[in-house]
Write a protein that binds this ligand. Structure first.
Ligand code: ADP
Ligand code: ASP
Ligand code: MG
Length: 405
């Protein structure tokens, strides 16, 4: 008898028929003699509608209340899923994140899981139930409802698999697995049979929303091998696991496009020690994560001034601007500008460690497409460029075809 954690995303539970479809799949897995924990997301579109609703009521809704609101999306699905299982004769109990013992820090809307006490889950499983856990949510030690950031149901599933020492962790979604690129933008993208944690991490951090970034970090940390596969078919998916030697033979495993970034530029910043430290400390204290950073020498060569540009997630832009404007008197820059019409295009592969000329080939491909590069950042296994959002899809297809056919 195996303990299996299965996570079903928003599209997979998007309407009553799909919930019934998932219930049948869960019943089949259980009929194989296994204990099943099901993690579900809010039905597709629900989280977005709740966010839109909140914005109609208040320009900047308090983050604590956002969490109370957003957690209702997943709570709806757990109850409906339990009902669908009961209806086909399968004993099932739904649990909110708090009831499932998921304890987080207090950073509302982006909370991190601190620990999980799976006692109640084990008890219910041992009593013969399927346990259905609300993804994306937890509770602080003081009992406040929190959410884990967009796509956070992936994290609930991986963290639960680790805490329960599950034999299998399956992430069911609306595509057949992890592809060489988002198959909705690149029709020639291919499904990968396997991918290394580090590659999945870089792809997730580069906008491939098929897995939430933090969930992959936790999978790597706790050695949770998981499979991404379709809730609509029985095809094997993609196994995400520790790197093996043969993986280095492939130079580029995948490409990704992140349209959810915005660029901020501090124009005319005094060029002296401590400025970057103060800027990024203030952003960190506001829980804003910064991605690509570029510091230029200013055209005003006479005065020791520079321009400092960086990207943040689009939803953080307004908050980041406020933080930066709050530093103006202290730092003394001339102005701050922002640009939302950018995107980040990345190529990822562990094979880059042992192959040269990869970045050059990417830049040549973009040049041939007439795409101007605004910023560049690299890691050992990734090259990212910031480009005009209007050229993003075309550039992604060109780079995919250059490296992956
Ligand atoms: P779920 O609701 O199941 O969590 P998501 O919408 O969060 O599903 O993630 C699945 C989507 O991720 C796919 O529909 C696809 O458009 C997108 N995606 C982006 N990059 C990739 C990739 N490299 N491989 C597969 N899907 C990708
Ligand atoms: N419902 C949340 C979201 O839309 C969490 C998830 O789907 O994983 O981001
Ligand atoms: Mg998702």
């Amino acid at each position: 008898m195996a303990l299996i954690v299965q996570k079903y995303g928003g599209t997979s539970v998007g309407d009553a028929d799909r919930i019934k479809n998932v219930a049948r799949r869960v019943a089949e897995s259980r009929a194989g003699g296994h204990q099943i924990v099901v993690v579900v997301s809010a039905m597709s579109g629900v989280t977005d509608s709740l966010i839109a609703l909140a914005k109609k009521v208040a320009d900047t809704p308090p983050e604590r209340e956002m969490d109370v609101l957003l957690a209702t999306g997943e709570q709806t699905t757990i109850a409906l899923m339990a009902m669908a299982l009961h209806a086909i004769g399968v004993p099932a109990v739904s649990l909110t994140g708090a009831q499932a013992g998921i304890v987080t820090d207090g950073v509302h809307t982006k909370a991190k899981i601190k620990n999980i006490t799976p006692k109640e889950t084990h008890r219910l499983l041992d009593a013969g139930n399927v346990v259905i856990v609300a993804g994306f949510q937890g509770q602080t030690p003081a009992g406040q409802i929190t959410t884990l950031g967009r796509g956070g149901s992936d994290l609930t599933a991986i963290a639960l698999a680790a805490a329960l020492q599950a034999d299998l962790c399956q992430i069911y979604t609306d595509v057949e697995g992890v592809y060489t690129a988002d198959p909705r933008i690149v029709p020639s993208a291919r499904k990968l049979d396997e991918i290394a944690y580090d590659e999945m991490l870089e792809l997730a951090g580069s906008g491939a929303k098929v897995m939430q970034l933090r969930s992959v970090e936790i999978a790597k940390k706790f050695g949770v091998v998981f499979e991404v596969r379709s809730s609509m078919s029985n095809q094997p998916g993609t196994i995400v696991k520790e790197e093996t030697r043969s993986m280095e033979d492939i130079v580029v495993r995948g490409v990704a496009l992140d349209k959810n970034q915005a660029k901020l530029t501090l124009v005319g910043v005094p060029d002296r020690p401590g400025i970057a430290a103060r800027t990024f400390r203030a952003l960190a204290e506001a829980a804003i994560s910064v991605d690509v950073i570029v510091q230029n020498v200013s055209h005003a060569a006479a005065a020791p001034l520079t321009d400092l540009s960086f990207t943040v997630d689009k939803p953080d832009l307004a908050k980041a601007r406020l933080v930066i404007e709050g530093l103006k008197a202290d730092i003394g820059f001339q102005e701050v500008t922002s640009d939302e019409s950018i995107c980040k295009l990345s190529i990822v592969g562990v094979g880059m460690r042992s192959h040269v000329g990869v970045a050059a080939r990417m830049f040549e491909t973009l040049a041939a497409e007439g795409v101007n590069i605004g910023m560049i950042s690299t890691s050992e296994i990734k090259v990212s460029v910031v480009i005009d959002i209007a050229q993003g899809d075309r550039a992604l297809r060109a780079v995919h075809s250059a490296f992956l056919g």
